[in-house]
Design a protein around this ligand. Structure first.
Ligand code: G1P
Ligand code: ZN
Length: 542
């Protein structure tokens, strides 16, 4: 029987950059998850009888949350829910399934790259029928509803056996437990030349993929091992675990330690990659070589015609504002439109729906295309393998030839994690206060062109997003950007992004931190960061 239950609302359910993220214990408060789910169902429109997709990255509390959502979906009138077996769906696979089945939308359970376990993070977000994260108008409506809600609806029923693929019923609502990898694998086969990649891997080209005990393990096993013939040992940490094996499932040089050690050690494989907790991020490495995500987007754009799914040309490209301008150089040469959006994947959706953009990416290890409406880790890995199979060059050679042709954008991001919130705000104020003196002046021996607080007007729906990052732009194309993270769950994270452009081939072989040292030093001094926060060095450098 569908029952209506009384509840007290919560006032802290405003979703951040990618949904609502809190500690697991926070989600376990009475009706906390229920409130968010009911608030979502109350505002997303008339879904009676239609399909909802539900799945997550397998982290702690995923299974309990799914059972709650299933019973609430049934009581609220959905006709059918598609749920990944074991409660597993990578974020890009969920996007793929929403689109493929014409679902009304989906609830994705993940805190992405944040650690998992009883004392770590959990998260939930709503994706709309285009497969992408709900736009701000929807997330704000969910938030407004969540603070005034007084009741939720839920069916009294036994748990669905979500480990067993098959069809079930919850009241009148059908529940289909589906293979999490099938639909996604088909999509990848339609985009990339699997024969060419199989041929490459059958030779002496060895690869390593680190699934970090997170959601991509089963996907990598199915695609890289079963379909493309990579040995099973090429997939590290393939089994998804509720606590990601105690690790931090973020594919960067700091957290993907095992992979990085192998790729920079003796007898390194030709290609290495890792993905994050929910499978939407990627890191690409060559033998003793790290590809920055910004460069990766530029390389995929420049070589898109190697992949069958993109051989007919691209609509355009987009990058988030803090992402380096490497792709801009390629877009210019190829005569493609190039968009600069605020941080967060949701800003790319409108551009893709309007066929203005095919490829897009962020400096934070996110790359993707209009094949889904999320960034996609394994997709990027397959794209690279497809390019390597066609061009028959090493990762290093591809990158070096790219820089010769388009110039090199030195790029780095410094993160100060877990900073006290008031101190982080003080740093931002200090930077903004320095703007008038910097305008038309010089910093780090470079001429400042302008300073601003980045705002974006969406070219499709005309919505305005303000306060998206403090920028110091130099006349030589260099940039320093200060931003506060919107995804952390403890205190604040200050991110500082550095970029400088080098067209002189003789100067393209420098160490990144050395090449950016002047900008880094200036950023530290104008923000007075060490004094204000008590931090002498970043927590993570990428
Ligand atoms: C971070 C990244 C951003 C990405 C988001 C979700 O957000 O910087 O590019 O879209 O995670 O993966 P932030 O914590 O900076 O708000
Ligand atoms: Zn993620």
């Amino acid at each position: 029987m569908p029952n209506t239950y009384h509840t007290e609302a919560y006032d802290d359910q405003r979703p951040g950059t990618s949904g609502l993220r809190k500690k697991v214990s926070h989600f376990q408060q009475p009706n906390y998850l229920h409130n968010f789910v009911q608030a979502t169902f109350d505002v997303i429109g008339n879904f009676a009888g239609s399909t909802l997709v539900v799945g997550g990255d397998g982290r702690y509390y995923n299974r309990e949350a799914i059972q709650i959502i299933l019973r609430m979906a049934a009581a609220n009138g959905f006709g059918r829910v598609l749920v990944g077996a074991g409660g597993i769906l990578s974020t890009p696979a969920a996007s793929c399934i929403i689109r493929k089945h014409g679902a009304y939308g989906g609830l994705i359970l993940s805190a992405s790259h944040n650690p998992g376990g009883p004392n770590e993070d959990f998260g939930i977000k709503y994706n709309t029928g285009n497969g992408g994260p709900a736009p701000e108008s929807v997330t704000e409506a969910i938030f407004s509803r969540s603070i005034e809600i007084t009741r939720y609806r839920m069916l009294e029923a036994a748990d669905i056996p979500i480990d067993n693929i098959g069809s079930y019923y919850l009241g009148e609502m059908a529940v289909e437990v589906i293979d999490p990898t099938e639909e996604y694998t088909k999509l990848m086969e339609s985009l990339f030349d699997f024969d060419a990649i199989r041929h490459l891997l059958a030779g002496d080209f060895s690869i390593l993929f680190d699934a970090m005990h997170a959601v991509t393990g089963p996907y990598a096993m199915e695609i890289l091992h079963h379909r493309l013939g990579a040995p099973a040992e090429a997939i590290l940490n393939a089994e998804p675990k509720e606590d990601f094996g105690g690790g931090h499932p973020d594919p960067n040089l700091t957290y993907a330690k095992e992979l990085v050690a192998r790729m920079f050690g003796e007898d390194a494989p030709a290609f290495g990659a890792a993905s994050d907790g929910d499978g939407d991020r990627n890191m690409v490495l060559g033998d003793h070589f790290f590809v920055t995500p910004s460069d990766s987007l530029a390389v995929l754009t420049a070589n898109a015609d190697c992949a069958p799914g993109y051989a007919n040309g691209l609509d355009g490209v987009a990058r988030s504002m803090p992402t380096s301008g490497a792709v801009d150089q390629v877009a210019k040469a190829m005569g493609l439109e190039c968009f600069e959006t605020p941080t967060g994947w949701k800003f790319f959706g409108n551009l893709m729906d309007a066929h203005r953009v095919t490829l897009c990416g962020e400096e934070s290890f996110g790359t993707g295309s209009s094949h889904v409406r999320e960034k996609d880790g394994l997709w990027a890995v397959l794209f690279w393998l497809n390019i390597l199979a066609v061009r028959k060059l090493s990762v290093t050679e591809i990158m070096q030839q790219h820089w010769v042709k388009y110039g090199r954008n030195y790029y780095s991001r410094h993160d100060y994690e877990g900073v006290e919130t008031t101190a982080a705000q003080a740093v931002m104020h200090r930077v903004q206060a320095a703007f008038p003196a910097l305008q038309d002046g010089t910093l780090a021996g470079r001429e400042v062109a302008t300073c601003d607080d980045f705002a974006y007007r969406d070219p499709i729906d005309d919505s305005l997003s303000e306060h998206q990052g403090l920028r110091i732009l130099f006349t030589d194309g260099s940039r320093i950007i200060f931003r506060l993270s919107g995804t952390g769950t403890v205190g604040a994270t200050i991110r500082i992004y550095f970029e400088s452009f080098e067209s002189d081939v003789a100067r393209q072989g420098q160490d990144t931190q050395a090449a950016l040292a002047g900008l880094i030093h200036s950023a530290e001094s104008i923000s007075d960061l060490a004094n204000i926060t008590g931090r002498s060095a970043p927590t993570v450098i990428t």
